[in-house]
Design a protein around this ligand. Structure first.
Ligand code: FAD
Length: 419
């Protein structure tokens, strides 16, 4: 192989996780190639950010661009029960009066492009329209990738470290069969955008609103975006939402809206912007975070659930942590699974805390209002998880009292760093 076809690091995928890893490893001064299948800007779901993303943006040097952008400012999240009763909004800055407590609702095509451009500005070589067909292995050691460019040319490239940031394509964990779905969170979602939907006023205009349907079999999100557009989607068990009904996804969305009158009222007179999109089986994770010469970041490692908008936050956080481990690996010339995945023990508890709160949300008998009335001392812990402060504050004390009111899963023990 030609020497110029060798990189310190090849990152596969230019979503938030891949762009973060590539930007930070390049900033350390290493030779990074990022290969992205699509041509940006491209559509992606996942528009609502958690305030905890602030610290990653600060490190990436993106705060100024975000502040100058037209993305809607998000101060809070509000929940509506199946009966249509709204909780008081959870204002993040009431718990921590710092500018990091106000975040953004982003248009992902623009946001992801901003992040990818940033990786390039920091020195990563970025190729779009470059689809990786396979990761090349020598025994257990990842040694490179085979990439197909848009013009049809196929090429083998080598690197000391391969970062899988392919999102739900999860290239490596599918190949190695380490991808495990979360059996109790077998969900599906139908979503689209609406123009001219109802928005609340003042600082509530940018709130994420989560609305349960009548019998709590499903829930809607309403996420306000620029240009009077609102992202709307429904999430429910795969069986309930898709498999048990012989109807089109559009018809199902409309049936679900009839079960969620506060959401339906918000859409009165609004115009649907594009045909509904459908996705399913999005709660999973890999039993391995890293191996010899490879590491997984963002959704390529795992995704919990859309309800608390934690996906981009975890993508950025894992990208940051992986970048530091990769830099150290290059310095020490140690490309073992232990070195590349050494951030796992720090990363996993934050993901687990979010996962536990997701289980509480889906427990039909559980209500946050009831829980917080009985345990007002837990409010900071709940808001810390909703904010993404899971790597700053200890949120675990809330789970003992919460576990008495609903089923909470044990921490996943199958996850390991490959020896
Ligand atoms: C219904 C739903 C709603 C959601 N809502 C939210 C939300 O409101 N807020 C939030 O934070 N998160 C949300 N998420 C999650 C969010 O979409 C993801 O967590 C986030 O996009 C993960 O970023 P990533 O960089 O890991 O992956 P992605 O954003 O998926 O990026 C992966 C990239 O890899 C590229 N790629 C894939 N395969 C290849 C290949 N073979 N070769 C080269 N490139 C490749 C893709 O083109 C893509 O650009 C939601 C998820 C779902 C399912």
């Amino acid at each position: 192989m030609n020497k110029k076809d060798h990189y310190d690091v090849i990152v596969i995928g230019g979503g938030p996780a891949g762009s973060t890893t590539a930007a930070l490893v390049a900033e350390y001064g290493h030779r990074v190639l990022l290969l992205e299948r699509d041509k940006f800007p491209r559509f992606q779901i996942g528009e609502s950010l958690m305030p905890g993303t602030y610290w990653s943006f600060e490190r990436l040097g993106l705060l100024d661009k975000l502040k100058k952008s037209s993305f809607v400012r998000k101060y809070s999240v509000q929940f509506f029960s199946g009966s249509g009763k709204g909780s008081a909004p959870f204002y993040f800055n009431q718990h921590d009066d710092h500018e990091s407590s106000v975040t953004w609702q982003v248009v992902r095509s623009e946001f992801d492009k901003m992040m990818l451009d940033n990786a390039e500005e920091k020195g990563a070589v970025v190729k779009q329209g470059a689809s990786v067909h396979q990761v090349l292995f020598d025994g257990e050691r990842a040694t490179g990738v085979q990439v197909k460019y848009r013009n049809g040319r196929v090429k083998d490239l080598s690197a000391s470290v391969i970062v899988d940031a392919t999102g739900r394509s999860a290239l490596i964990s599918r190949k190695l069969k380490t991808k495990t779905v979360e059996p109790t969170l077998k969900k599906a979602s139908i979503f689209t955008h609406f123009k001219g939907a109802h928005r609340d006023e003042g600082i509530d205009e940018g709130a994420t609103i989560i609305l349960n349907t009548k019998d709590k079999d499903s829930w809607f999100w309403s996420i306000p975006l620029p240009n009077d557009v609102v992202s709307v989607g429904v999430v429910g068990d795969l069986d309930y939402l898709l498999q048990s009904r012989k109807k089109s996804a559009q018809e199902i969305l409309e049936e679900e809206l009839d079960l969620c009158l506060p959401m339906k009222a918000r859409l009165e007179g609004a115009e649907q912007v594009f045909p509904v999109k459908v996705t399913q089986d999005f709660s999973y994770r890999s039993s391995e975070l890293s191996g010899e010469g490879w590491v997984l970041v963002g959704d390529a490692f795992g995704f919990v659930d859309p309800v608390y908008s934690s996906g981009v936050f975890l993508a950025l956080k894992s990208g940051e942590m992986a970048a530091d481990a990769i830099h150290e690996a290059i310095e020490k010339e140690d490309f073992s699974a232990e070195q590349l995945g050494k951030w796992g023990p720090e990363f996993m508890p934050g993901m687990e805390a979010i996962r536990k709160l997701v289980y509480a949300f889906y427990s039909k008998d559980f209500s946050f209002a009831k829980f917080l009335k009985q345990h007002p001392e837990c409010i900071d812990g709940v808001v810390d998880i909703l904010s993404g402060n899971v790597y700053i504050n200890d949120v675990t004390p809330i789970f003992e009292p919460m576990g008495k009111m609903c089923y909470l899963p044990k921490d996943v023990s199958s996850y390991s760093q490959k020896a």
